[in-house]
Design a binder for this molecule. Structure first.
Ligand SMILES: Cc1ncc(COP(=O)(O)O)c(C=O)c1O
Length: 387
């Protein structure tokens, strides 16, 4: 390998990334450091605590950087993430997908191992059997009630009877603690621009404040109000009444976030290094070895940018070539190149980098990040996939 072949940090070869086998997932470490610091500081200055969602990366090294200087809690979306992070010493975990009975045993086992485990529910049938499972293992679980703040994916109607009923059911169980109210403003991904994002953020906050006030009026105190989506938190004006922020994507950002207005393209951390495997001058296109398996099939901010394709094509230095991955099959990415001078620069074997649409989904396609500073790979960090 050119650029030396020395072992570095976690055992990675110190090498110029242009020489790596492709496709490879590149992580720009200086940008990661900058994003973590910026949003970490922002959440602090808004008066809330940060519980980063580690589903974006599923990577211990990134998680450790996110909790440095924070209170130490994390959010996960799979029990595989919970187990791996618990084994690595993360002791305060919220599993933020609604719990169902098939997962009680695993959650209870994590709590029995000494982790402070919190789960979420929006279903009145869950507290009683969950408490019974916890009691059998002599552990207590924290339970948040998931509230629908306008995304309409999961969550109780904040104004309907299920809010109070679910809270009361949790409170009536000996092995559960009512942890508070939790929401995710996923509908922030469907709007563009600071003003529209801020409107969603304000809705997220105000729905939660009103739900907490409704319970308070009935004499029920809400220990934690937990919110979070990257687009809403980058734009929110204040977080009065909110205790905790669970953001995930902010560590990496991506082309979708830059298109929505949560960040700039220069904040995006992940690119997929790919090679040209076929050049078709007649059709004006090249095929690269990064298709759906490498990039994911996420269409990005297609509502806001209909030409989003499956990612932006950059040169090896990270300069935007003005090209998109216009379609993908399993291992092939098709890139239309109308400009013949540009086509000349892309012979078979040429290297490009694809700035990904959705960093969380792309990261979940790979086993490791190749961590780079400039053109040097300085480390390799494992990605812990699975359920
Ligand atoms: C429940 C929940 N909380 C928090 C997040 C973090 O959102 P983001 O990655 O936009 O920061 C997600 C992401 O899907 C989520 O589902």
């Amino acid at each position: 390998m050119p650029g030396g072949d020395r072992l570095h940090r976690g055992g990675a070869r110190l090498t110029a990334f242009a020489a790596l086998p492709t496709p490879a997932l590149l992580l720009d470490e200086p940008r990661l450091t900058r994003n973590i610091a910026r949003i970490g500081d922002r959440v602090k200055s808004l008066g809330a605590r940060l519980r980063p969602h580690i589903k974006t990366h599923k990577c211990i090294e990134v998680g450790r950087r996110q909790i440095a200087g924070q209170f130490g809690g994390i959010t996960v979306s799979t029990l595989a993430e919970a187990s791996v992070f618990a084994a690595a010493g993360f002791g305060d975990i919220t599993y933020a997908v609604p719990i169902e009975p098939g997962k009680f045993a695993a959650v209870v086992a994590l709590a029995a191992s000494g982790v402070r485990m919190a789960v979420i529910t929006d279903d009145v049938s869950i507290p009683e059997p969950l408490s019974a499972a916890a009691a059998r293992a002599r552990v207590a679980l924290d339970v948040f009630v998931k509230v629908d703040c306008g995304y309409h994916r999961c969550g109780v109607d904040p104004e309907g009877p299920a809010l109070l009923e679910t809270v009361q059911r949790i409170g009536a169980q000996g092995s559960l603690r009512f942890a508070g109210l939790l929401t995710h403003a996923g509908h922030s991904y469907h709007v563009r621009g600071a003003e529209a994002l801020r409107a969603v953020a304000i809705q997220e906050r105000e729905v939660m404040r009103a739900a907490a006030a409704r319970l308070a009026a009935l004499g029920i105190s809400v220990p934690i109000v937990s919110v979070g989506s990257t687009p809403s938190i980058t734009q929110v004006d204040h977080l009065d009444g909110v205790h905790e922020v669970r953001v995930g994507n902010y560590a990496f950002f991506d082309a979708t976030q830059a298109t929505l207005g949560s960040c700039t393209f220069d904040d995006c951390v992940l690119t997929v290094l790919a090679s040209v495997v076929h050049r078709d001058r007649a059709r004006g296109r090249v095929i690269i070895d990064a298709g759906a398996i490498a990039l994911s099939k996420d269409r990005g901010a297609v509502e806001q940018d209909p030409a989003a394709g499956y990612g932006r094509v950059l040169d090896i230095d990270g300069a935007d070539l003005g090209l998109r991955v216009s379609s993908v099959s399993q291992e092939h990415g098709i890139v239309s190149v109308a400009d013949s001078a540009l086509l000349d620069r892309l012979p078979v074997g040429a290297r490009v980098r694809v700035l990904v649409n959705h960093s969380c989904l792309t990261a979940a396609q790979f086993d490791a990040f190749l961590v780079h500073q400039g053109h040097q790979v300085v480390d390799r960090w494992a990605i812990h996939r699975g359920w």
